[in-house]
Design a protein around this ligand. Structure first.
Ligand SMILES: Nc1ncnc2c1ncn2[C@@H]1O[C@H](COP(=O)(O)OP(=O)(O)OP(=O)(O)O)[C@@H](O)[C@H]1O
Ligand SMILES: [Mg+2]
Length: 255
């Protein structure tokens, strides 16, 4: 199997317990290179636990996980060089400007032309005008976009986004979705976790639902819609309608 055709992320039989709580009970995931994969699940389902294992922050009890061709347990340094992680809460420095945050990360990664890198990322995430302002003055959506921009410095082939839009209003959420789509269009593999079916519907090539320690369904949106019980399908249809109404009222195109 060549490196390019191998999945960017391959997880098999992953298990993890905290004391007597079996959080992951045999998780299997394959994510194709350059695709967006959404891991859905309710609070406490284990989404962050999966992301922490894949980003080498936490050791699994059993199973295997390979990221960008590297085993997370045996080759953690190679995995870390292949990824970036944007956590559930934005990790930006409030006192610095957006541009200064980006320059700082580029310098920490020993990259040349940190100013040019910062300016390119500001432009890519529609933050050029705000780049000279302190992050303390940014909206939640702007912070999130800056956070994602910071995680892209050094061009990691695999990006983990843990609940990238939780707590954002619909307009800010759309801004983040746009940024995530741009990423995948550039060939980056994205694994994101979310509690929003709408988010998975908008972004993901494939969707997996983590429930009671296992992936209970996995597939494209069309495949999942056929599988989901009636009550859940009703939820899928209701939520976009509410957002559509909101967006129509505030005059934004949902696409
Ligand atoms: N370090 C830890 N020690 C003990 N229990 C933990 C630890 N980390 C996570 N857990 C437990 O594991 C379960 C899964 O947590 P996790 O954070 O992975 O869920 P999640 O799907 O990301 O939830 P959320 O949607 O709320 O972010 C929860 O019951 C949580 O309390
Ligand atoms: Mg979480």
């Amino acid at each position: 199997m060549s490196v390019t055709s191998a999945p960017a992320i391959r997880v098999h039989g992953l298990t993890k317990s905290f004391k007597d709580v079996d959080v992951l009970r045999g998780v299997d995931i394959d994510v194709a290179r350059g695709s967006i994969f959404a891991l859905l699940g309710s609070n406490g389902a284990g989404k962050t636990t999966v992301v922490r294992i894949l980003s080498t922050l936490l050791r699994a009890d059993g199973g295997t996980a390979v990221v960008n061709g590297f085993d997370v347990a045996a080759q953690p340094a190679d995995v870390r060089e292949s990824i970036s992680l944007t956590g559930q809460f934005a990790a930006v420095d409030e006192i610095l400007t957006g541009r200064e945050n980006l320059v700082m990360v580029a310098r920490l990664r020993h990259l040349k032309d940190s100013g040019t890198i910062a300016d390119r990322l500001l432009a890519r995430f529609s933050l050029t005008d705000a780049g000279g302002r302190r992050v303390a003055t940014y909206s939640g959506g702007m912070r999130r976009r800056l956070d994602i921009a910071m995680s892209l410095i050094g061009n990691p082939p695999v990006v983990f986004l843990d609940e990238p839009t939780t707590g954002l209003d619909p307009e800010a959420r759309i801004e983040v979705w746009h940024a995530v789509r741009e990423l995948a269009a550039g060939g980056t593999t994205v694994l994101l976790t979310t509690q929003y079916l709408e988010e998975a519907e908008q972004l993901a090539d494939r969707i997996a639902i983590l429930h009671q320690g296992r992936i209970i369904v996995e597939g494209t949106l069309a495949e999942l819609k056929k599988l989901l019980p009636a009550a859940t399908v009703e939820y899928v249809e209701k939520q976009p309608t509410l957002e559509d109404v909101f967006l129509a009222l505030v005059g934004k195109d949902p696409r």
